[in-house]
Ligand binder design. Structure first.
Ligand code: FAD
Length: 335
């Protein structure tokens, strides 16, 4: 039987079929010559790849057919219940008393930041009884907002990128009158600007959505640096994508993880340990104003270019820059 025929069979029936076939033929007929070990290895490898391809195609077709119609495993339609009955303000200032703790809890979440609340809401949705404990007298963690002398201050979250992707997560947990919407930052008039960078007394620079827009705006301002600016953005995108194999590798045992890291995550390790200043130097970006503008989002990670990891910087740049063309805005950013 030819290699391709058996491979097709095993793609349907399983990668071990050629081994059993061979064993059966060897046992049942005295003149049958057992296949060589290398033949069997190649055959099993080809069969396994064929199996994986068939499985993948079936999975993709299934996901396409049921797109938007499936629910997470274990999902149950939930009835929202407030923790205490009373005025809304009392609900978010429900002080801790040991006697209030129910005895039949499934999970206790410590901390009521966005992560804790999201986790608690997800668990509640799949039917778990959850208690969230917070040390502060108001829930919310870094999503707090407070006012001082007529100014409003956000303690943490100001904007999020890639709204059409992450907005779906928000939609899962916010419903009815509590529905949280993502709003596009900026306006058509300013090209959907999401960050304004001010360097000394120079005119401000506007970060608007889309890689091509970023390059065009900067080249307009620094025409001599067209090549360097283009290279810089290409590198940001590549380095940002290099996190995928790094995170993927974490799913496996140390051996598989080491192989994934060895063969697929070298860019991640290289640029995670380089600073933004080092990358500017390597790309010959020596204009101080251009460097300052490119580093202008440093507030998002809080370190100057001489200390900031280029990987983190590239992540922030791409997080906000991505998402379609600015001419056709869907939601991108949230305030
Ligand atoms: C100044 C600033 C600006 C930011 N801007 C953005 C932005 O624009 N976009 C963006 O995407 N992200 C931004 N971030 C990051 C984002 O706000 C945080 O990543 C996110 O809010 C963290 O959520 P969290 O739930 O993990 O933690 P937190 O919001 O820090 O919540 C942790 C909670 O746990 C409580 N807690 C801790 N220990 C205990 C304990 N032992 N017992 C009880 N309670 C406890 C704390 O009081 C707190 O309420 C910003 C952060 C900061 C600080």
């Amino acid at each position: 039987m030819s290699l391709s025929t058996t491979s097709l069979q095993t793609a349907i029936f399983g990668a071990t079929l050629p081994l059993f076939q061979d064993l059966y033929q060897t046992c049942s007929s005295s003149d049958h010559q057992p296949r060589t070990f290398s033949f069997l290895v190649v055959q099993s490898a080809v069969s396994s790849v064929a199996c994986a391809a068939v499985f993948l195609m079936a999975r993709i077709s299934y996901l396409k057919a049921y797109k938007g119609k499936t629910l997470p495993r274990g999902y149950t339609k939930f009835n929202k219940a407030l923790p205490v009955q009373g005025r809304e303000q009392e609900c978010i200032r429900d002080s801790f008393k040991e006697r209030k703790i129910p005895t039949d809890l499934d999970v206790i979440v410590i901390g009521s930041g966005i992560s804790g609340l999201y986790l608690a809401a997800s668990l509640a949705r799949v039917g778990k009884k959850v208690l969230v404990l917070e040390q502060h007298y108001v829930a919310g963690g870094c999503t707090h907002v407070f006012e001082d002398k007529g100014w409003e201050f956000d303690t943490g979250l100001h904007y999020v990128g890639r709204g059409s992707k992450y907005g779906k997560l928000l939609e899962l947990m916010s419903t009815g009158k509590d529905k949280a919407d993502l709003v596009q930052l900026g306006s058509k008039a300013n090209g959907y600007c999401y960050d304004e960078i001010y360097v000394a007394d120079r005119p401000p620079h506007y970060y608007r959505r889309g890689q091509d827009v970023h390059i065009r705006d900067l080249v307009k301002r620094f025409p001599k640096y067209e090549k360097e600016i283009t290279k810089y953005y290409e590198l940001c995108v590549k380095v940002n994508a290099s996190a995928d194999p790094y995170v993927f590798g974490k799913l496996f045992s140390w051996l598989t993880k080491s192989l994934v890291y060895l063969f697929a995550a070298d860019r991640f390790f290289k640029y995670a340990s380089k600073t933004l200043s080092q990358v500017f130097d390597e790309l010959h970006i020596d204009n101080l104003e251009l460097r300052a503008i490119l580093a202008g989002q440093f507030g998002d990670y809080g370190l100057p270019p001489s200390q900031a990891s280029f990987f983190i910087h590239a992540g922030v740049v791409c997080h906000y820059m991505k998402e379609g063309k600015h001419e056709e805005p869907t939601f991108n950013t949230y305030i």
